[in-house]
Design a protein around this ligand. Structure first.
Ligand SMILES: [Zn+2]
Length: 412
C-alpha cells in the first residue's frame, strides 16, 4: 500500500473551514447551531459526499460519514472530532481531527486499500460548552453518559430549550435514538492538537495519549454569621471567609498529598457576602474543580474535601453545604490502539512520547462504549482557544499519515 497524504488539499480545507466564522480572521467563532455553524456543516457534508462516503446525521446533529467495508455488519472503526469553536478561537482545535480524518480516508481510498470493517468519520456536536453550558454534548448522548431526559432540560444562554434549538436547526427525531448500540465501534481514534506545550518543548512531533483526565466539580456554600467588624469580638465570631480560607488550603492539600502528580484541585471562584470592609463575611460561595487520570484517587481527594467540610463546620460553627455539579470518569486509552499507533510512528521514524490528555475531549465519552486512543500533534507555544493557535503543516500531515495507517490496520 503506497499511501500519500495530500498536504495541499488538507491545508486548503483547514483554511476554507476557518472562513465559516462569526469573528474576523484569524479569529474563529463558530457556535453550535448558529447559521455559521450550519453552513460549515453543509460544507463538511459536501466534502464527505465528494469522497464517496455515506453521510447520515442523528437527532442531536452528530454527522457520520461512512466508507463501507466489505463486511458491513462488522463493528466500525471510527475517527473524528468537532468543528464548533468558542468565541475568538483558532482554526485547528477539533478541525485537525475532522479534516485530518477525512484526508486519511481519501488517502487510503487512493492507495487502493479496501477495508473489511467500515471506517466512519464523525463530527461531534457541541464539544464546546459555549451555548448549552455542557461540553461534549454529542458524544455524551452517543455514549449514554447524558440521559435524554437530562438533555431535554438543557437550555441555551437565551433560555431556549435544546430541543427547540436543534429542531429549528433541522435536526428532527428523538434524542433517545442518538445512543449508539453496544459493540458499534471496534475502535475509535481522535487526532487533535495538544493544547499544551510538552510536544513542542521536547521537540516531539507526536504524542500518543495513554489517559484522559476528567474533572469533578463542586459548588460550596458556607454560611456563618455577619456583624459589625468592630463590635463583634473574636470569641463570638463565625466568619464564613475564615472557614473558606481553611477549606481552600485543605482542598489544595488534598491534591498535593494524593501521592500522584496527576491530581489537581482548584478553587476558581470565591464570592464573599456582603463584601464590605467593616462587615464580617456571613456567606461565601466557592467553586471547586478536582481532576485526575485515576477515578479512585480523584474520589479519595473528593472524600477528603467532604470530611474537611464537616470538621471545619463543627469547629467554627458555620454551615457548609456542598453540591456535586459534575463527576465524569477519566478514561484509559486502549493498549491495542496505542500499540498500533506506536508501530506506525516507528515505521516512519517519527519520534513520539506517551502523553496524558489534561483537557476534555469527545474521546473521554466514547471510551465508555469503545476502545479509544488519541494522537496529539504539537501546537505553537501550547496555545489553544485563541486566534493565534497554530499547528505546523508538517505536523498535521504526520499526524494524518499515522492516523491513516492505523485506521487501515484496524479495519483490515
Ligand atoms: Zn477540541
Amino acid at each position: 500500500m503506497s499511501l500519500t497524504i495530500d498536504r495541499g488539499r488538507l491545508l486548503a480545507e483547514i483554511e476554507a473551514l476557518a472562513s465559516f466564522s462569526d469573528a474576523e480572521a484569524p479569529a474563529v467563532t463558530r457556535i453550535v447551531f448558529t447559521p455559521t455553524d450550519l453552513k460549515a456543516r453543509a460544507w463538511m457534508k459536501e466534502r464527505c459526499e465528494e469522497a464517496g462516503l455515506t453521510v447520515r446525521q442523528d437527532a442531536i446533529g452528530n454527522i457520520f460519514a461512512r466508507w463501507n467495508g466489505s463486511d458491513p455488519a462488522a463493528p466500525v472503526v471510527g475517527t473524528g472530532s468537532h468543528i464548533d469553536a468558542i468565541p475568538n478561537a483558532g482554526k485547528f482545535d477539533g478541525v485537525v481531527g475532522v479534516l485530518g480524518g477525512l484526508e486519511a480516508i481519501r488517502g487510503l481510498q487512493q492507495s487502493g486499500f479496501r477495508p473489511k470493517h467500515s471506517i466512519e468519520l464523525i463530527v461531534f456536536t457541541s464539544e464546546e460548552p459555549t451555548r448549552f453550558g455542557i461540553g461534549c454534548l454529542g458524544s455524551r448522548l452517543l455514549s449514554g453518559a447524558l440521559s435524554p431526559d437530562a438533555a431535554r432540560k438543557l437550555t441555551d444562554n437565551d433560555g431556549v430549550a435544546l430541543d427547540e434549538v436543534r429542531r429549528g436547526a433541522g435536526f428532527a427525531g428523538e434524542v433517545e435514538q442518538v445512543k449508539l448500540p453496544s459493540g458499534y465501534y471496534k475502535a475509535f481514534i481522535e487526532l487533535h492538537i495538544e493544547q499544551g506545550p510538552l510536544l513542542e518543548r521536547q521537540q516531539n512531533p507526536l504524542g500518543i495519549v495513554t489517559k484522559i483526565a476528567a474533572p469533578a466539580s463542586l459548588r460550596v456554600l458556607i454560611e456563618g454569621s455577619g456583624g459589625h467588624a468592630g463590635a463583634v469580638l473574636m470569641p463570638e465570631r463565625h466568619d464564613a471567609l475564615c472557614a473558606a480560607a481553611e477549606l481552600i488550603l485543605a482542598i489544595e492539600g488534598a491534591a498535593r498529598n494524593s501521592g500522584a502528580i496527576d491530581t489537581v484541585a482548584t478553587v476558581g471562584i470565591c464570592e464573599v457576602f456582603p463584601g464590605a470592609v467593616n462587615s464580617i463575611p456571613s456567606r461565601v460561595r466557592l467553586s471547586v474543580d478536582v481532576r485526575d487520570t485515576d477515578l479512585q484517587r480523584r474520589d479519595t481527594a473528593m472524600r477528603t474535601i467532604e470530611t474537611t467540610c464537616d470538621s471545619i463546620s463543627a469547629k467554627r460553627q458555620v454551615s457548609i453545604h456542598s453540591e456535586l455539579l459534575n463527576a465524569d470518569a477519566p478514561a484509559d486509552c486502549a493498549p491495542a490502539i496505542i500499540d498500533a499507533l506506536s508501530q506506525f510512528c516507528r515505521k516512519h521514524e517519527l519520534k513520539f512520547i506517551p502523553i496524558v490528555s489534561r483537557a476534555y475531549h469527545d474521546s473521554l465519552f466514547i471510551a465508555r462504549i469503545a476502545p479509544v486512543a488519541m494522537l496529539f500533534i504539537p501546537c505553537r507555544n501550547g496555545y489553544s482557544h485563541r486566534p493565534d493557535e497554530y499547528a505546523a503543516p508538517e505536523d498535521i500531515v504526520r499526524g494524518t499519515l499515522v492516523l491513516a495507517e492505523t485506521l487501515a490496520a484496524l479495519s483490515a
